[in-house]
Design a protein around this ligand. Structure first.
Ligand code: SF4
Ligand code: SF4
Length: 88
């Protein structure tokens, strides 16, 4: 399971995929809970969190199995989720 890290106003998960390593982060302040990231993830790695953000939206949380493909980042209309890949 991806290790969870809390940063100011964000939650990140340390991901080690087959060929990539890095963080997947959600910026709570920006998330509107639309669920596009969850819907379009090709490996079904996300699910809605059971807790709301300060603004009352349900942000995505990590279920597991993220491959750091970046699709959620591309789909998010609010720029609220992003991949930070670690270069080896
Ligand atoms: S980076 Fe890709 S695999 Fe990981 S949560 Fe986003 S869409 Fe899913
Ligand atoms: S696509 Fe963006 S705004 Fe919509 S639930 Fe995911 S992180 Fe939040």
């Amino acid at each position: 399971m991806e290790k969870e890290e809390k940063k100011k106003g964000q939650k990140c998960w340390q991901v080690e995929a087959k060929k990539k390593k890095g963080d997947l982060c959600v910026i709570y302040d920006r998330c509107k809970g639309c669920g596009f990231c969850i819907e379009f993830c090709p490996v079904d790695a996300l699910e809605p969190s059971s807790n709301t953000t300060d603004k009352g939206y349900y942000p995505p949380t990590m279920k597991g199995g993220c491959i750091l493909c970046g699709k959620c980042e591309k789909m998010c209309p609010e720029f609220a989720i992003y991949v930070k890949e670690e270069k080896e």
